[in-house]
Design a protein. Structure first.
Ligand code: ADP
Ligand code: ADP
Length: 233
């Protein structure tokens, strides 16, 4: 079953120049799978992801998350949907003034969880990503790989069905990249989280994705099982 469904979705920007960042895209993201979205810089990958987590509204077409048409929701309802989608970033986007535990616990604070419940959940998440020993550290005291694991723990805090990773390994060296990809695979397998990985790196797709979507100039030019797509001449 599809967790995400895009039908005829376009996103046009008019400034600074007119560009159709996403151009008439039809796409289904299956529940329980890891889907890679690959393409060169400017292909429309980030815009596609921002449409899926309702940070952008489409110029035309519809985006359905769990069979709910995001275009029919109020701003208040959209905020609830956004909390159900986890997001990780190339530059980690951690709060520099909060500890590791503070970063991970922040979405739970926003969600209104009480202190005891937050602490228990944060401890569980830090254990899952292997950072229990660094709970009291600040982001500046961590390596890149550790920072991304904090970002991942924070993204998982509200137990999202969907995790969106936007160039999440692009700032990491190959060894650290492998660790983070292993963690994503474990999240998919053990927590059942559906994952969308945006990347310009073929190896990332090859190593963890079930399906791949290739974007060029806002359009999907190819999609299918990773094995099939990469086997094509
Ligand atoms: P990618 O993630 O594949 O690099 P993007 O989705 O970031 O691609 O960008 C696709 C196109 O849309 C680019 O031409 C980019 O300049 C343009 N674009 C993206 N976001 C905006 C925006 N907020 N305003 C104007 N143009 C944008
Ligand atoms: P803030 O000032 O944003 O509350 P803190 O670092 O004091 O930042 O704590 C943020 C969250 O992390 C809180 O929900 C707190 O309960 C939790 N927390 C703090 N330290 C730990 C820890 N060592 N283990 C587990 N949870 C913790």
């Amino acid at each position: 079953p599809a967790l995400v469904r895009l039908a005829g979705v376009s996103k046009q920007f008019d400034r600074p120049t007119a560009v159709r960042a996403v151009d008439n895209v039809d796409l289904e993201i299956n529940s329980g799978e890891i889907t890679g979205v690959i393409g060169y810089s400017g292909a429309g990958k980030s815009t596609l992801v921002r449409l899926i987590n309702a940070l952008e509204r489409p110029t035309s077409g519809s985006v359905l998350l769990d069979d709910v048409d995001l275009g029919k929701l109020s701003e208040r309802e959209l905020n609830r949907v956004r909390a159900e989608v986890g997001m990780i970033f190339q530059q980690f986007n951690l709060f520099a003034s909060r500890t590791v535990a503070g970063n991970v616990g922040y979405p739970l604070k926003l969600a209104g969880l009480g202190r005891a419940e937050r602490e228990a959940r944060v401890a569980e998440l830090l254990d899952f990503v292997g950072l229990s020993a660094r709970a009291g550290a600040y982001p500046s005291q961590l390596s890149g790989g550790q920072k991304q694991r904090v970002g991942i723990a924070r993204a998982l805090a509200t137990r999202p069905k969907l995790l969106l990773a936007d160039e999440a390994t692009s700032a990491l060296d190959p060894e650290t990249t492998a660790d983070v990809l292993d963690l994503l695979r474990r999240i998919n397998r053990d927590l059942g989280t559906t994952i969308v990985v945006i990347t310009h790196e073929m190896d990332v797709v090859r190593s963890i994705c079930d399906r791949v979507v290739v974007m060029e100039q806002g359009r999907i030019v190819e999609q299918g099982d990773v094995f099939d797509v990469f086997a094509r001449p």
